[in-house]
Write a protein that binds this ligand. Sequence first.
Ligand code: MF3
Ligand code: CO
Length: 290
Amino acid sequence: MELLGRNDPCWCGSGHKYKKCHMEFDEKLESLRRMGCIVPSHKIIKTPEQIEGIRQSARINIAVLDYVAQHIREGVTTEEIDRWVYEQTVNAGAIPAPLNYEGFPKSVCTSINEQVCHGIPSPDDVLKDGDIINVDVSTIYNGYFSDSSRMFCIGNVSEEKKKLVEVTRECVQLGLEQVKPWGFLGDMAQAVYDHARANGYSIVREIGGHGCGLEFHEDPWVGYIGKRGTEMVMAPGMVFTIEPMVNMGRPDIFVDDENGWTVYTDDGMPSAQWEIQVLVTETGHEVLSY
Ligand code: MF3
Ligand code: CO
C-alpha cells in the first residue's frame, strides 16, 4: 500500500484528499489482506471517469448485440455476422476489440453447438435449423473496453439444447446476484457452478472471465470452480466479466490446431455461454454490458 498522508491527493485521481476518498477503502482492504484474503490492487479499481468511459463503450457493445439479435436467422453465415459487427461498431465510432487481437482475424467470435468459444467467422459456416450459437462482441471506444456475449437459438432447437442455453443464462444471473462489495469472487463462482451441476452439466475449467475496461483482459481471472469465501475480494470500482462455458457433457476441451483459436468440447456435446460485464458498486453491482 502506498504511504499517503491523510491530506495528500487520493491515488485514484479524483483530486480529493485521501482521507475523504479511498483511505477507509484502503484500511478495509489492508485488514482483509492481513486476514489472508486476496485483495485487488489499486490498478484494477476504476475511477468514476473511467467507469463512465467503460459505460459508453458498453452501450455500443449492447447495441451491436441488439443488432445481431434482430438479424440472426437460419441461412446467415457467420461471416455475415462478422460484417454486421464490424459495420455497426465502426459506424458508432468504435473499434471491434477482437480484430487483430493476438492475431485473431475477425471482429467477433461466433461459436456454434460443440464449439465452446473463440469460433472464427467464415463464409463456409451457414446457420442451420436447430443450431445454438454464441456471439461474443467486444468493443473499444475512446480507449475503453467492453465485452459481452449472448446465445441465439436458430429455428427449432431441441428441448435438450434449449435447456442448456436457459440454464447457462440462469447461472450468470445467480452469479451476478453474488456480486457485491466485500464479498468474494468464489461466492459468485460457487453459485454458477452449483446451478450447472444441479442440472447435470459441467463447466469449462481452463477458460474464464476477466477484468475488463482499461484493457481487454485484466486481472482478476474469473473462474467458476472456486468455493464460497475464497478467491479475490470484490471491491467497489472493480469491473469484470462473468462468462461461464457450460457443457452438456464432460468439461474437457481442445483447441483447433489448424486455426489455433476455436475451442471445442472433447466429447462433441454442445456448450453454451452467456457473458456480462459487471461493475462492483458501493451498494451492490451495475451490469455494464450484456
Ligand atoms: N471476447 C472473448 C472474451 O470474452 C475474448 C476473445 S479474444 C479473441 O474474453 F481474440 F478471440 F477475440
Ligand atoms: Co470476456
